[in-house]
Write a protein that binds this ligand. Structure first.
Ligand SMILES: Nc1ncnc2c1ncn2[C@@H]1O[C@H](COP(=O)(O)OP(=O)(O)OP(=O)(O)O)[C@@H](O)[C@H]1O
Ligand SMILES: [Mg+2]
Length: 361
């Protein structure tokens, strides 16, 4: 394989949902780094001037048959690609734009929150996209904190493999790699004012991940094996629309706070409701199944992050369904994180900073 790295965007052929602030310049500042390799997006985050600097790319690739003319055009427009076996492989946000314009399939290196075992180029593509966002550290051994999901026992082999591959990848770049659960990262990103007491749930594309944190210590973690991809696939199955068409409507038009305007909006509402109930059931089971819960009398906030919370009206819908449930712990309120698409990476960045400050993982 050969590769050809990109520069500033010059070839604007559409839009793809990408975390805010995303650019194509690798970060190299020597500060602790948070990294979120998600089923839909890869996001890197460093602390910067009292805030955060985040950059993201779509975790996807698009294949074109090799033609010298096409390759010249990609080069001319400084679009990131590599060549493999008679194919031009475009990666990251640009891949999303090509798929949109050409109405063709976008390949995804990850499925259900983990590396996709049926996608032979998965590891290679994730590495290439990650290298668009971070370069080697200034000093060997800088801390990079990587978010990882909590998965059901039957997925344990996939999780161990996923973690080991990504850990090796960042170690080979020269980082000291630490791991943080994705739900825990959501608490770290959003609940500093509450001394990191509360429940964080990240509702992503492949899955949802939750954590109950007590003074920043993860007391329990859980996951639910559905996310935005499930919503898109399911709504596509019951309408005549492709998965991409459904996703675009979901990301640009859907308002869960009003009555559905058409069949696809109706289907999207049904599957959002199903997902919300599934997540709350898993939270309920996780709380009930944990024997050594701290005796918490102060009601805890529940904070939601991840791209699946983004449609207008999502929070009200979640709060309404939340009232159907009884929990063995008092929950004070349900809120959204700021900038839900970067919350996991920001939380991972804080975990990396804490790790550097204390030396404790
Ligand atoms: N504006 C939007 N409106 C509705 N949904 C959105 C919007 N933007 C992104 N999404 C959805 O959010 C999901 C991606 O969220 P996110 O980037 O948090 O997932 P991820 O972290 O890559 O996945 P995972 O954590 O499950 O591996 C996709 O299903 C996408 O369609
Ligand atoms: Mg995620």
């Amino acid at each position: 394989m050969t590769d050809n790295q990109l520069g500033p965007e010059q070839f604007d052929i559409g839009s793809a949902a990408t975390p805010q602030g995303a650019t194509a310049e690798p970060q190299r500042s020597g500060k602790p780094l948070g990294f979120d390799v998600g089923s839909c997006h890869i996001v890197a985050c460093r602390q910067a001037d009292g805030g955060f600097s985040t950059q993201g790319q779509l975790n996807a690739f698009f294949e074109l048959p090799y033609r010298k003319f096409t390759e010249d055009l990609l080069e001319h427009n400084r679009i990131s690609y590599f060549q493999d076996d008679g194919t031009l492989i475009i990666i990251g946000d640009e891949a999303g734009k090509f798929a949109l314009v050409m109405d063709a399939e976008l390949h995804r290196p990850m499925r259900d929150g983990l590396l996709n075992p049926t996608e032979s180029k998965a590891q290679w593509v994730v590495r290439k996209i990650s290298e668009m966002l971070v370069s080697r550290p200034e000093k060997l051994g800088e801390t990079l904190c990587l978010s990882v999901p909590a998965v059901a026992p039957e997925q344990e082999a996939r999780l161990l493999h996923h973690q080991a591959v990504l850990q090796d990848m960042f170690m080979s770049l020269g980082y000291r790699v630490r791991l943080v659960n994705e739900g825990h990262a959501t608490v770290l990103a959003a609940l500093a004012d509450n001394q990191f007491n509360g429940i964080g749930i990240s509702l992503g594309a492949g899955m949802c991940n939750g954590c109950l944190s007590y003074f920043s210590v993860p007391v329990l973690t859980f996951s639910y094996g559905k996310g935005g991809d499930f919503i898109d696939r399911s709504a596509s199955e019951v309408t005549e629309m492709s998965v991409s068409e459904v996703r675009i409507i979901k990301e640009t038009e859907l308002d869960l706070g009003r009555g559905p305007a058409n069949r696809v909006e109706h289907a999207l509402q049904i599957f959002h409701d199903h997902l919300i109930r599934g997540v709350l059931q898993r939270l309920q089971q996780a709380i009930e199944g944990t024997t050594n819960l701290p005796k918490i009398h102060q009601p805890l906030p529940l904070v939601l992050g991840g791209g699946t919370v983004m449609p207008a009206g999502f929070l009200d819908r979640f709060r309404k369904i939340f009232k159907e449930f009884r929990f063995a712990l008092p929950i004070s309120e349900v809120v959204l994180t700021e900038d839900p698409l970067t919350a996991t990476a920001r939380g991972a960045c804080l975990a990396a900073a804490a790790e550097e400050a204390t030396g404790i993982a």
